[in-house]
Structure formats: structure tokens, C-alpha cells
Design a protein around this ligand. Structure first.
Ligand SMILES: [Zn+2]
Ligand SMILES: [Zn+2]
Length: 115
């Protein structure tokens, strides 16, 4: 992980408010998906809060729906998700003070088809 903002290239520091995207596995009883099997490679991307323009954030209280296909995300499905908070360490740790809502979540890979 390079610890640089994906947009402006300025290094992110502990204490910065950041937007973090990661790959994980959704468990409805947890607010934030776990890195799970992806602990070694959660594909984390980070931005300064003000630099993030990639997606419109839609806060959800859970259980979450995929913002692409609008289907409910099932137990232990793989997802890409975004958390917003204070940068806590320079490693793959989630930001602190994330709150109780999920700003953005989609199925990882293809969305399920059918009903
Ligand atoms: Zn930036
Ligand atoms: Zn989907």
C-alpha cells in the first residue's frame, strides 16, 4: 500500500479524514465487512475526504443493498465497500470513527442475475 491519495498523490497522514475503499466479505451482523480472506490483499485504495469524487455515496444503515444492482447483499458475499473516517495507521487498518452507516457498497465482481 502506498499511502498516497489516489487523486492528488499527496501522502495520507495519521489523523487525516479519508475515504477508504476495500474488498471484503459481508456479514450482516457487522457494520463493516471483514477483510476476511483478503487480509493480505484487500485492494485498499484511499483518498483525502475532499479528493474523493469517484462515486456518489449513499449512506445505508443495513442490511445493505448493492448500489449497482439494488439487490440485497447476501451473507458472506464478496463486496467492494467504502468507509470514511480518520486515518488510524499507515497500514491496512480501517479508518477510525467510521460511524454506523455504510457509505457505498457493491458486489465484488459480477452482480447476481435473476431474481
Ligand atoms: Zn488527495
Ligand atoms: Zn450487485
Amino acid at each position: 500500500m502506498n499511502n498516497k491519495c489516489e487523486n492528488c498523490d499527496v501522502p495520507l497522514k495519521t489523523g487525516d479524514v479519508i475515504v477508504q475503499m476495500a474488498k471484503g466479505r459481508y456479514f450482516p451482523e457487522q457494520i463493516t465487512p471483514t477483510y476476511g480472506d483478503f487480509v493480505r490483499d484487500p485492494e485498499v485504495l484511499e483518498w483525502h475526504d475532499g479528493c474523493f469524487k469517484e462515486f456518489k455515496l449513499v449512506l445505508q444503515a443495513g442490511p445493505y443493498k448493492c448500489l449497482r444492482c439494488h439487490k440485497a447483499i447476501q451473507h458472506s458475499e464478496e463486496v467492494f465497500y467504502i468507509t470514511k473516517g480518520t486515518k488510524y495507521s499507515l497500514y491496512h487498518t480501517r479508518p477510525a470513527d467510521r460511524g454506523k452507516t455504510m457509505p457505498w457498497i457493491v458486489h465484488a465482481g459480477k452482480c447476481p442475475t435473476g431474481t
